[in-house]
Design a binder for this molecule. Structure first.
Ligand code: SAH
Length: 466
């Protein structure tokens, strides 16, 4: 059983502080039913992976115990999939070995523990009762991008067909604590074969670990039923208490569903709304060629590539590692030739004049400027507006006024650990109007996301045209 967690948040080796496990050491922990090993297959400034390997002794599991595996006959106690398959054992190991990470405690990096960072969890063998659609229904509402590959029963005998197991990758920008919490609760839900007896403790654990997300999860009821395996009474109680937590009259089920959707939309789709707003501004401008400056992992480019209006696309980022992700997300290697011709990715910095940035109808700077030191903004302005000079430029950045509405964001803290600043609406507008005036552009401002009467929208967007 293996779980790897990777981050590209720099310095990536800070993952070691979040997990309270030193990246330069391999450590072994004795658990009741085997051993857990923690080691780092890679640990560099820009990418770090922690691996948790469980070495389960299926025989030791039953020896000397009065309770046996649920539903197990004698042979199954000795011959089973437990050594290989991610399951509720993982939840126990996460709690015992990654306890600091799970509780969001970090002595050395308390702020990072509270920060959403790019994280990717891989589980090479994961049971998925309900198959890939169910896997997606569990993790996608929580904001993860899910990749699942069904494993063959035996690669030597492809005729035997597919197994019930998947290789799963979950990628998202989230706090490590949230990722570990979601895995802790949802892995046993997918396995549906808990190795220990489900007691009232489990109900309390589910409610504690589910706080803040389970009450509004669209699969809430099923999660509770499966987590509290074969204990319908406990599951009913859990659901009732979750509904209570959500503060909704259980009789008004319709309203409840609508609220779920609303909460969910707020949670998952600010990035989507941003991309949608950029897409419509580009369409409105009639842009046929677009360069995405600071393209990150290529989400916007993927959207643009699907629209034939955009005949020529380019993505630039300063981080080669990020470009590799973008290349994978865009499936650059396997795109049909006609699509492949329309897009290129290259490494470059927005603070250095670069001929390759010229010749596009529109340039996008989506959530990028706040990653630069304010002193570098002058250089960026010249590179983009004076030298590259696209007919249109779209710039988005967080509206710091709105931060007061984010429950989990302590006052004065930025939304992202890498942000060098976050601006109020008037700060952004002053900067953008100055840029427009100095370089012969007009600029208009649009809110992105739900608009609060006093605080404005979470994202602010400036659309520049020559
Ligand atoms: N536009 C993407 C990514 C935003 S994150 C999105 O909306 O999802 C900011 C990105 O800007 C990161 O990928 C970072 O690597 C890139 N970046 C930061 N400074 C840069 C610079 N000087 N030149 C080019 N890219 C830069």
């Amino acid at each position: 059983m293996l779980l790897t967690i990777t981050t590209t948040h720099e310095p990536a080796t800070d993952l070691g502080y979040l997990l309270a496990k030193n990246p330069s050491r391999c450590q072994t922990f004795e658990l009741a039913w085997g051993q857990a090993h923690v080691f780092y297959p890679e640990a560099s400034e820009d990418r770090c992976t922690a691996a948790l390997l469980l070495d389960i002794d299926p025989v030791g599991l039953v020896r000397g115990r009065r309770q046996s595996l649920p539903g197990s006959a004698t042979l199954a106690q000795y011959v089973n999939d437990r050594p290989y398959v991610a399951s509720s054992f993982f939840s126990v190991a996460i709690a015992q070995v990654y306890g600091s990470g799970l509780h969001g405690r970090s002595k050395e990096r308390p702020e990072l523990a509270e920060t959403a960072i790019p994280l990717e969890a891989r589980i090479p063998v994961m049971p998925a009762r309900g198959g890939e659609p169910f896997l997606r229904r569990l993790f996608e509402p929580l904001g993860y991008e899910v990749t699942a590959t069904r494993l063959e029963l035996d690669e030597v005998f492809p005729d035997w067909g597919e197994s019930a197991y998947y290789a799963v990758t979950l990628a998202g920008e989230t706090r490590l604590q949230d990722l570990l919490t979601h895995l802790y609760v949802l892995m046993p839900v997918l396995d549906h074969e808990k190795h220990y007896w489900v007691s009232r403790d489990e109900l309390e654990k589910l409610l504690a670990r589910g706080e803040g997300w389970l009450a509004t999860h669209p699969e809430r009821d099923l999660i509770a039923q499966r987590y509290l395996y074969r204990q319908p009474r406990l599951a009913r109680e859990a659901i009732a208490r979750l509904i209570d937590e959500d503060g909704v009259d259980p009789d008004r089920a319709g309203e409840k569903a609508a609220r779920n959707e609303e909460a969910l939309e707020e949670r998952i789709s600010l990035a989507d709304q941003r991309q949608g707003s950029v897409l419509s501004a580009l369409r409105e401008a009639g842009a046929r060629s677009v360069i995405d400056l600071g393209c990150g992992e290529g989400k916007l480019l993927r959207l643009l590539l699907a629209d034939p209006q955009f005949e020529r696309l380019a993505g630039v980022d300063v981080s080669p590692r990020t470009l590799e992700f973008a290349s994978r997300r865009l499936r650059m290697e396997t795109l049909p030739p006609l699509k492949r011709q329309r897009i290129e990715l290259f490494q470059g910095s927005l603070t250095y004049r670069d001929k390759r940035f010229s010749g596009y109808d529109a340039a996008c700077l989506i959530e990028v400027i706040e990653h630069l030191d304010p002193s570098r903004l002058v250089a960026l302005e010249r590179v983009v507006f004076e030298f590259a000079r696209p007919a249109h430029a779209i710039v988005t950045t967080p509206n710091v006024e709105y931060n007061a509405l984010f429950e989990n964001l302590p006052a004065g803290r930025f939304r992202h650990g890498d942000h060098r600043f976050e601006w109020t609406r008037s700060e952004f507008q002053t900067w953008a109007e100055g840029v427009a005036e100095r370089n012969g552009y007009r600029v208009r401002f649009l809110p992105v996301g739900p608009v609060h009467e006093k605080l404005g929208a979470p994202t602010q967007m400036g659309v520049f045209s020559r």
